[in-house]
Design a binder for this molecule. Structure first.
Ligand code: DI6
Ligand code: FE
Length: 409
């Protein structure tokens, strides 16, 4: 801390190529021969080196980037990163021909992760999650969203959210937490979905809100989970508690989850494989981001692709995220996720990169703070050993990160 002039963390990165991702600039907002100045964790200047006011760089600790590319720090805006154990056994059963239902009857599925999480202490959850968080961070992630949803009662949902919050003091990363209590029906609910929704809206959400453990509320709207009517009750309570909402929508069938999310002004609607034109139009109008999750599509060998073309036509903003979870997307690489979004769904390089920066920030309600290289935002940067941005999407299993800066450090 403390630059030569005494200001804390006054730094300049010069001789860099910038993909600012700034809204309204063409493509990636590229600046050749660029520079970034930061102080007190915030960007003071991002633009052409030749245009940087001398005062901005005076006394700063200066790094020569030797022509490397700088992008905003990456943002994984949809994860279920906090869980205990894993479900590799189910993966083997499915490879041997078992159906998802057979796996569930053998004690598998979300409920098996609920059992493991309930048996783990908060400390154990933090310790088990750190290697997954480290994998994301190693690729330049500076902000990650983490959902609960494997606790499914007040104590265990709060334990997950506390573990998620604690990760932010263990590593230099911004963590946003989301309460996904309406994820699945726990065994003790005895198939009574409405009674469980009473518990979520009447007990779990108020407690989570009172202890300020969540930044948003999510739910799984699906035949195998909760109906639009049940989700609406959860969203009514979230809204009354002042929490923004998100939704796992239209992943396995079209229950018009996108329209439901739009009706509540959701930050994002996620998955959306089965969303139709009305759904696309509704989220476009509401300004709800479509979060594209190719990891789950790939891992469960889904064949229905999200309607990326419809989203383009309606001007829907698209984020891209890992959906990191033990059951349908055991994925901890945003770089590989971009490759999947491009290869499987035909998203362009520009869309993929916007999806893990600017649009991911928008999906978290954080666009004022991060997601682009612009003055006034957090100095969250990823510096890459690449010749062109497309390399970040093109490679599979290779990490060209040179350095990662979180809040100027
Ligand atoms: N959709 C999914 O793909 C995951 N949750 C959800 O709502 C599945 C989570 C799991 O199987 O553990
Ligand atoms: Fe998910």
């Amino acid at each position: 801390m403390g630059g030569a002039n005494g200001k804390s963390g006054h730094r300049v990165w010069r001789n860099a190529r910038l993909a600012t991702m700034a809204e309204g600039s063409a493509g990636l907002g590229i600046v050749e021969k660029g520079a970034i100045a930061a102080c007190d964790g915030l960007i003071l200047y991002a633009g052409a080196e030749a245009d940087m006011p001398a005062s901005v760089g005076q006394g700063a600790e200066t790094a020569d980037c030797s022509g490397r590319w700088i992008t905003p720090g990456l943002i994984d805006c949809h994860t279920h990163l906090v869980y205990a154990g894993n479900r590799a056994n189910e993966f083997e059963m499915r490879l041997a021909g078992a159906t998802y239902e057979e796996v569930a009857r053998a004690g598998g599925g979300i409920v098996s992760s609920v059992k493991s999480l309930r048996a783990a202490s908060e400390d154990e959850l933090v310790a088990e999650t750190l290697p997954r968080l480290d994998a994301l961070i190693a690729e330049g992630v500076t902000t990650v969203e983490i959902k609960s949803g494997y606790g499914l009662d007040a104590e265990n949902e709060k334990k997950s959210l506390r573990a998620a919050r604690r990760l932010a003091s263990e590593r230099p990363v911004t963590v946003r937490t989301t309460c996904l209590a309406a994820h699945a029906l726990p065994p003790e609910a005895k198939a009574d979905k409405d009674a469980f929704i009473d518990l979520v809206a009447g007990t779990i959400l108020p407690q989570v809100a009172a202890e300020k453990l969540a930044d948003a509320v999510d739910g799984f709207c699906e035949g195998i989970a909760f109906s639009p009517g049940q989700m609406a009750r959860v969203f009514d309570k979230a809204t009354a508690l002042g929490l923004p909402v998100k939704l796992h929508a239209d992943q396995l069938s079209n229950l018009h989850g996108a329209e439901l999310a739009a009706r509540y002004g959701a930050l994002s609607a996620d998955h959306l494989e089965y969303t139709d034109e009305e759904g696309a139009a509704a989220i476009a109008k509401a300004g709800t981001v479509a979060t594209i999750l190719p990891g789950a599509y790939y891992f469960i060998r889904e064949t229905k692709k999200p309607p990326v073309d419809l989203f383009r036509r309606h001007g829907v903003k698209m984020a891209v995220a890992t959906d990191s979870n033990p059951g349908t997307s055991p994925l901890t690489s945003l770089l590989l996720t971009m490759n999947m979004a491009a290869t499987l769904f035909g998203m362009t390089v520009d869309e993929c990169l916007a999806g893990i920066t600017r649009e991911a920030a928008r999906a978290l309600g954080l666009l004022e703070q991060t997601g682009t290289l612009e003055a006034g935002k957090s100095a969250d940067l990823a510096i890459w050993d690449i010749e062109r941005p497309a390399e970040l999407v093109y490679r599979m299993g290779f990490n060209p990160l040179h350095a990662r800066i979180w809040r100027g450090q």
